[in-house]
Design a protein around this ligand. Structure first.
Ligand SMILES: *Cc1c(COP(=O)(O)O)cnc(C)c1O
Length: 396
């Protein structure tokens, strides 16, 4: 259907496929053609499509109760919060429906902590980073360090300044008596699969301690086992004051979460913030089933092992290909850095039945299911490398 006939706003440039069924790492289009999914709907379906560990729990819940609102206790919301707290450095959890909402909650919590708990209302500025991505609400697109998402949306909320990524000295220069927090991703996902340097992250954590700033880690793409640990901050030997989750948390059922340390609890007293749908029976059932599966099957560890394998296989197979500069990543969040635009190459890979996605203009991003089989993975990597080899040969 052309955009002209569609009843939708044309705010997505969609790939020309329509899928009607999914199972594990496989998808089928309306003509019955099979595709291998190496992107998981943007790092969301980390357990693959329709994993029975989640669908069975969801089916049960659909027949029982969906929604009562946060005016009442919701046992599964308590249970998922406890599971997250037991498996992270956080002490308290707030549930919402998306990544942007989770970051919005983190921004509101940081401001309110300084205004209501610490009593320093002049401290409201948050330092974020060039090429970061934090969401599409007005506050989170302002937090995002990319101008393209801000065009046409002025006036933007005050209170964000942008530091160079992986540059601790450049960041330190921006700290003032207005700063309340530093917010960053451990791997910039949308920005091009750029991992943070360990020394940079250590120094940022020190600066936060030294200046009394909150350290907010956006784990919306990197969390839930994706990078080879349950949460990516664990790779860096630091503990954030706040971190946010969404994408993989419900394996595709919409749910987001903002998690924080004990000292922040009183900043969100009753009435301070809320959500109608946040943490309802369906989404928290999906979250519990997803997280329990991930822990029981040691999937973060599997992601670490498979991720290393993918980077080494791709690096070896793509060596000498003039279209490719290098391969990088953390766990199963992987970027192939090209020397030019990725769009035509991605279309050619799709053509061969393998789904990958861009991350910025010159990077091919892979985010396969943490449960993908070795055979499927090998077939996908083979296809990608063959397409890149063919295009390299055609270019000379
Ligand atoms: C996807 C993403 C978001 C936004 O999540 P939505 O659910 O689309 O609002 C925020 N931060 C990061 C790092 C993301 O990858």
């Amino acid at each position: 259907m052309g955009e002209a006939q569609s009843a939708l706003f044309p705010n997505y440039a969609r790939y020309p496929f329509t899928f009607v069924k999914g199972d594990g790492s496989r998808l089928w289009d309306e003509n019955g053609k099979e595709y291998l999914d190496l992107m998981c709907g943007l790092a969301v379906t980390n357990l693959g499509h329709a994993p029975k560990q989640v669908t069975e729990r969801l089916k049960q819940q659909v027949d029982t109760l969906w929604h009562t609102s946060n005016l009442f206790h919701i046992p599964d919301q308590e249970k998922l919060a406890q599971l997250l707290v037991d498996n992270s450095c956080a002490d308290a959890v707030f549930f919402c429906n998306s990544g942007a909402e989770a970051n919005e909650a983190a921004i509101k919590l940081a401001r309110r902590y300084y205004q209501k708990v610490i009593g320093q209302p002049e401290r409201y500025e948050i330092i974020t980073f060039h090429m970061s991505f934090h969401g599409r609400t007005l506050a989170t697109l302002t937090a995002t360090g990319q101008d393209k998402v801000k065009e046409g949306f002025a006036p933007l909320p005050e209170g964000f300044v942008y530091a160079p990524f992986n540059d601790a000295e450049g960041t330190e220069k921006l700290i003032s008596d207005k700063t309340c927090a530093i917010m960053l991703e451990m791997v910039q996902g949308e920005g091009g699969v750029n991992p943070a340097d360990p020394a940079f992250v250590k120094r940022i954590a020190e600066l936060c301690k030294q200046h009394g700033l909150l350290l907010i880690i956006d784990e919306i793409q990197t969390g839930m086992g994706r990078t080879g640990k349950l949460f990516a901050y664990e790779h860096y030997g630091i503990e954030p004051d706040v971190f946010t989750l969404a994408k993989g948390l419900g394996n595709g059922i919409p749910i987001g979460a903002m998690l924080g340390k004990e000292k922040l609890r009183e900043a969100f007293s009753a009435g301070a913030h809320g959500s109608t749908f946040g943490g309802n029976y369906l989404s928290t059932a999906a979250g519990i089933a997803t997280l329990e599966t991930m822990l029981a099957e040691k999937l973060p560890q599997r992601a670490a092992e498979l991720g290393e394998y993918i980077v080494s296989e791709l690096s070896r197979k793509l060596e000498g290909n003039p279209l490719v500069q290098h391969v990088r990543g953390l766990g199963m969040l992987i970027g192939i850095q090209l020397s030019g635009p990725s769009a035509d190459l991605i279309a050619a890979i799709h053509e061969q039945g393998v789904l990958v996605v861009s991350a910025g203009p010159n990077v091919i991003r892979l985010a396969p299911s943490l449960l993908i089989s070795r055979e499927e993975l090998d077939r996908g990597l083979e296809t990608i490398c063959a397409v890149l080899a063919k295009h390299a040969a055609a270019a000379v």
